[in-house]
Design a protein around this ligand. Sequence first.
Ligand code: ZN
Length: 431
Amino acid sequence: MSESLVVSGGLLAGQIDSGPLDLRVADGVVAEIGPMGSLVDKGQVLEATDALVLPGFVDIQVHFRTPGGEESEDISSGAAGAALGGVTACVMMPNTVPTIDNPDLVNEVLAIGRTTPCDVYTSAAITQAREGQQLVDFDALYEAGVRVFTDDGTVVDDANLMEQALIASSRLPGSVISQHAEHSEMVDGGIINEGAVSARLGLKGRPREAEAVIVERDLRLAAATNGRYHVLHMSTSLATELVRLAKSSGVKVTSEVTPQHLILTEEDVERLGTSGKMNPPLRTTPDVEALRVGLFDGTIDAIATDHAPHSPESKDVSLSAAPPGMLGVETVASVIWTEFVETGLMTLDRFVALLSTEPARIAGLTSQGQHLKTGAVANIAIFDPQERWVPERGSLQSKSANNPWQGKDLIGRVRHTICRGKLVVADSVLV
Ligand SMILES: [Zn+2]
């Protein structure tokens, strides 16, 4: 009994009407649930009064930079920030150096990811070295545990290769082909969104249509092959409408959006400087509005951060020279809560679906995003919806500081995190 954890007095997702409850964790799973106070003598008590007890969050797009970019982030520093954000599973993108495109490298990353305070999984590339020339060995990578395939950072330009990848996904159950949808020639040399701000700053833009032409092509290929397709970090009204239509006609498509594309626009780039630069870029107010509609009507399935650390030295340059990307994994739940749930725009159920259940389903993570019932794997975020805090430079776990949310007043914070039954964050501090 002594190894048990008792989360005491919180409101459980899906059981809010029952009032405050105790939940005991033992041997990696939810062992029992009882009335508040009934289990407190059965293990280490984690105070959850006035807090929500939720399935751990799942971030299916992070860049933890291992191997090759460890000066910006590594799996340990990334996972530490994730755990503080209540994230119990992350899926890494394969645009590392070298590229994660073979089972040996997958096994190395997964071995590290089993030792960190958040489960770290990895996707693998679609083409070898992400060069867009030769497909990877999908079967061998699938055998090694990979379910998400993507050349993220770059698009798969070649329609024939994309078609072959989708055919592979159609015969490998639970696998998905994810696309960074920006037509490479259309965005070549582009720095920020093509529009009023790029014109004012005299910068080459990345047109919104560059996303739509790739999504439209890929949806046709997905329909023709019966493959599973996922749009990474969708950013425009154009792509949102295409995905909505494809879903209604039965194409196996899912999509995700980042907090930054839901909240910030191209107008924020001047204020944020290089921390406001990412690909696809921050767009326009009508795009933000369309993405929000997509979020509420189910066109968009999940929120993912595209957590993309870059060392301060590499970002401390001009907008043109800086690499694209922003941090997000440690703040995602608080940012979404503040912007959407606190304001009454989003229900708690939709919050849980977008941050946990649906991303887990998309990435095939069967032990994540589960309803908190007896026997479920204990991946749990205990979230205080009232706590106010401000993320400051230097106070977060990432090795990098390219954070658009720095200085923002946030409402709601993760109090405790339990990953696979183990207490990894207590009172908002890493254990
Ligand atoms: Zn990307």
